[in-house]
Design a protein around this ligand. Structure first.
Ligand SMILES: NC(=O)c1ccc[n+]([C@@H]2O[C@H](COP(=O)([O-])OP(=O)(O)OC[C@H]3O[C@@H](n4cnc5c(N)ncnc54)[C@H](OP(=O)(O)O)[C@@H]3O)[C@@H](O)[C@H]2O)c1
Length: 297
């Protein structure tokens, strides 16, 4: 397949490398001006991929968008005229809230969304580390996307494991619940995920998850609140030694994905006239740090 990876950061470089090794014609679209992009994964020899070549976009069978959620619009809008109306577009980012944009601007394209638990870290522009093996789920965002189930096999062949999920929205909401609970709290308190297992966080985690469960119920999902909370604690336990992505973004003074995690929850809650004060408070606290900085608290 002709595949363009838009946003070859940590996770994009991981996929670009493995899709290339699986025999696909892979190129990237990056913020860098060069026409070639050198990429090295762990100890493997470097590969060279074409970069920012409109012809590759025009010929793409699949465009894999691996920028952060808040970068999706600014990455896709300037190049939308180069994208063939039949090209499959798959977004792979944390959080939710980019689908309305995609459906509006790419209505003729098969649209897909993927979530992955692989871990990747960029040491430099050229060097990426695969820090943790995980699994990937992919599903459709529109009816045309439903006809692209074979993509799960394409991705699984390149970087196992990957499966098709008929109910990807439920999987994304479950992930959102975990992210709403773990990400802002760890960023705010400057702690590793495991520290949230302390009894002092129990009430807050319970309230956060309860609010997400209420929104999910209003969205039509059949939710078991205690099971959702148990999942949060499982992730806290399994990733006890990790710093969450939001912790890392705030720590490095980068823009976080709060608008597409807690922010998405708040906007859906608002549509249902539901108050979610515990999540709102965390959202405000993170936005405050993002705009004013931690030192001015
Ligand atoms: N890393 C992981 O282990 C992991 C695991 C699961 C999910 N995720 C999710 O995957 C997404 C990407 O994460 P990441 O860690 O790979 O982030 P990242 O390293 O920052 O990668 C994003 C890449 O997109 C590029 N980019 C930004 N705007 C662009 C544009 N307009 N055109 C082309 N490229 C553009 C960035 O370039 P610049 O750096 O030059 O801005 C960067 O190389 C996030 O939603 C994250 O939560 C990550």
């Amino acid at each position: 397949m002709n595949i363009v990876v838009i946003g070859p950061g940590a996770i994009g470089s991981l996929w670009a490398y493995h899709l290339h090794q699986a025999g696909h014609r892979v190129s990237v679209w990056s913020t860098k001006p060069h026409s070639y992009f050198k990429l090295r994964l762990d100890e493997s020899p470097a590969i060279e991929l074409a970069n920012n070549q409109p012809r590759m976009l025009q010929q793409a069978d699949l465009i894999l968008v691996t920028v952060k959620a808040w970068q999706v619009e600014q990455a896709l809008l300037p190049i939308r005229r180069e994208i063939n109306p039949e090209t499959m577009i798959a977004v792979m980012h944390n959080g939710m809230g980019t689908s309305d944009f995609l459906i509006k601007h790419f209505s003729t394209n098969p649209l897909l969304v993927a979530k992955t638990t692989h871990g990747a870290y960029k040491l430099s522009d050229q060097q990426t580390c695969h820090t943790g093996k995980g699994h990937t789920q992919i599903g459709s965002l529109n009816p045309l996307g439903e006809q692209c189930q074979f993509l799960s096999q394409v991705l699984a062949h390149a970087l196992p494991e990957c499966g098709w999920n008929d109910n990807i929205q439920l999987a994304l909401w479950n992930k959102l619940a975990i992210n709403c609970a773990i990400n802002p709290l760890t960023a705010l308190h400057n702690i590793k995920n495991g520290e949230l297992a302390a009894p002092s966080f129990k009430q807050q985690l319970t309230d956060l998850v309860s609010e997400v469960a209420s929104v999910m119920t209003l969205q039509g999902f059949d939710v078991d609140e205690s099971q959702l909370l148990a999942q949060v604690y499982q992730v806290i336990d399994k990733t006890a030694q990790n710093y969450s992505s939001m912790h890392q973004d705030i720590h490095h003074q980068r823009r976080s994905e709060i608008d597409y995690i807690t922010g998405h929850l708040l906007s859906v809650a608002k549509l249902h006239n539901l108050k979610t004060p515990v999540n709102q408070k965390l959202y405000d606290a993170i936005k405050h740090i993002e705009t004013v900085g931690r030192n001015h608290d």
